[in-house]
Design a protein around this ligand. Structure first.
Ligand code: TXA
Ligand code: MG
Length: 367
């Protein structure tokens, strides 16, 4: 520090100098660690704002990935017409290539440029869009969407999110966004920006933080590319709502129903690290309990209640975040109380069954 000083009178004690220098550099290193460390943790997360949306749109135009909030879960977005950008999604997610991606649009006009629109699509979109309903339709022959998005198949799944910022982002880029849930393949979907960061870290250049997703469960997927409507994935918009609107029966494809099922509905698609025990009324002392309703059995090491008031919407919104909180090595398993199967309960149970698939722990009852 004082090396330029030439007179012995102003030369400080060399040991004091060394100590001071050491203290200084240790302090500097610590400060740098704090600044850089926190930067590394948070530098790719930005609170949503018009400026952040512009920044995200610029990245997307360059073929980069951006994670963004929707009303259901966070999506990992890319320009749907850019093959390399779409391939990057598969790479980051480590997703099987045969699993097609949902294309996010900012309105019916954009959708009509990508697929062969039909009267059923019009009816469903005018009622449930913007919102958590994905329509699978035949690709338009000149559709600019990358073939990789539909995994090489003849159809595309489209949805118009109700999250205003998601739509602003699509409009700002001027093109449709291919966006699966922003998690590694086979893991639970993220419902906060922090979940995305934990899951994908620095593999995503930018994560737009719009807070917690209000729906918390992925969109309903319905295939209306042929004569008969087929429900490929249950979600927030229920089969009953769709049937009431269309005035006809919708076929729901089960897991063992053959080739037509949604490729993402493989049995182990949503898997926490810990085994799951379903329909549990007597949790063990070393287990975490995912509870539902007011009558919670005692005995578990930790309890998270999806909804004391038995509200299925609230339970859906909290499902993935709660599974993440309980998926910790201090527990041997996640025990899950029975969830009623009606309405949104079907979608919640669908996700739980998938999460439990491959678990060594068995369900206490088979309902
Ligand atoms: O709510 C959602 O749908 C979220 C947000 C981000 O929009 N996205 C989401 O995407 O859950 P992903 O990729 O994780 O799930 C999409 C599901 C998969 O099961 C996929 O197989 C199915 O939709 N899918 C997409 N396009 C399809 C197509 N053309 N035919 C059949 N299934 C399709
Ligand atoms: Mg997913």
């Amino acid at each position: 520090m004082f090396r330029h000083c030439s007179t012995s009178a102003c030369q400080p004690d060399p040991r004091a100098d060394r100590n001071q220098a050491n203290a200084f550099s240790a302090g500097l290193v610590w400060k740098l660690f704090l600044v850089c460390g926190s930067k590394v943790l948070s530098m790719n997360i930005r609170k949503i704002s018009d400026a952040a949306i512009e920044e995200a749109a610029a990245l997307l135009r360059l073929g980069r990935l951006v994670a963004f909030p929707t009303e259901t879960v966070y999506g990992l977005g890319a320009d749907a017409s850019n093959d390399m950008a779409v391939a990057e999604i598969f790479a980051v997610k480590n997703r099987p290539q045969f699993n097609p991606l949902i294309v996010h649009v900012d309105g019916i006009d954009m959708a009509r440029r990508l697929v062969i629109w039909n009267a059923t699509a019009d009816k469903l979109a005018r009622t449930f869009w913007p919102g958590p309903l994905t329509l699978v339709l035949p690709r338009f022959p000149g559709s600019p969407v990358s073939l990789l998005v539909g995994a090489g198949g003849p159809t595309l799944g489209l949805r118009m999110p109700s999250d205003i910022n998601a739509r602003k982002l699509i409009s700002a880029t001027g093109f449709a966004l291919a966006a699966p849930s922003a998690n590694r393949s086979g893991r639970v979907s993220p419902t906060t920006a922090q979940h995305v960061h934990e899951e994908l870290g620095r593999d995503v250049p930018l994560i737009l933080d719009g807070g917690m997703c209000p729906v918390g469960i992925e969109s309903t997927v319905i295939d209306i590319s042929a004569e008969t409507a087929v429900l490929l994935r249950p979600g927030f918009v229920t089969q009953e709502q769709i049937e009431n609107l269309l005035g006809c029966e919708v076929i729901a494809k089960g897991d063992d129903s053959g080739a037509c099922q949604s490729p993402g509905r493989t049995p182990s698609h949503y898997a926490p690290t810990l085994p799951l025990r379903l329909n549990v009324m007597e949790p063990r002392a070393d287990e975490a309990l995912l509870a539902f309703g007011i009558h919670v059995p005692p005995g578990a090491k930790m309890v998270i209640n999806l909804s004391e008031a038995s509200d299925l919407k609230l339970a859906a919104a909290r499902l993935f975040a709660s599974l993440r909180l309980l998926d910790k090595p201090e527990f041997t398993a996640i025990a899950v109380m029975p969830i009623p199967h009606d309405g949104l309960g079907a979608a919640i149970n669908d996700r739980l069954m998938r999460a439990a698939h491959g678990s060594t722990a068995l369900a206490e009852s088979a309902c």
